[in-house]
Design a protein around this ligand. Sequence first.
Ligand code: DX5
Ligand code: ZN
Length: 220
Amino acid sequence: MSSVKIAPSILAADFARLGEEVRAVADAGADYIHVDVMDGHFVPNLTIGPGVVKAIRSATDLPFDVHLMISPVDPYIDEFINAGANILTVHPEAGPHLHRTMQRIHAGGAKAGAALNPATPVSALAPIIDDLDLALVMSVNPGFGGQKFIDSQLRKIEELRRLIDQTGKDILLEVDGGIDPATAPKVISAGATVLVAGSAVFKGAAADYRANIDALRGGQ
Ligand code: DX5
Ligand code: ZN
């Protein structure tokens, strides 16, 4: 029985049929829907906003795991929660007051996550680890799907695993970027509990999505 959760990133879906694509991965056994929000400023790409989150909310009951790669982030928190986000993950570099941002997300009734860019150390989260519901290790530089997994992040996942275990809390350890059937077993054994995958899930047609998702669970 698999314990690792899979969060398909809809960045790799067919945007012209987004609602259908969300339903298809939900039917194929996804655990979360990962939504990548980019502002063309914090990262060099523009994607989707709260209007699209709202539009696809009725496609599934699965939790929406919304990854905000935007700066500033605080002015948009309530809008994303109202649109149907269940988890909001932000980057420490996106604002000067990460702990306040976590408080704002919690005050809005959502779960709060913080993301580590490849060059950002685990120590950036250590002082506030108890306040997180999710900690995310970026295994590519944020901005685009389809990039190559950065191997050096495996050590960081192990370090973050130890930090989370010390809290005794049920904090999700998510890994995002370049996850495929070859890299998934490595991040799972390093301690990840949620895998984000775009290209590896939305490969082929909807009929292939279940096999694509199962292949990431590492045969567990
Ligand atoms: C990158 C995004 C990822 C991306 C993953 O900035 O945060 O979620 O969509 O795509 P793949 O799985 O193709 O690397
Ligand atoms: Zn993401």
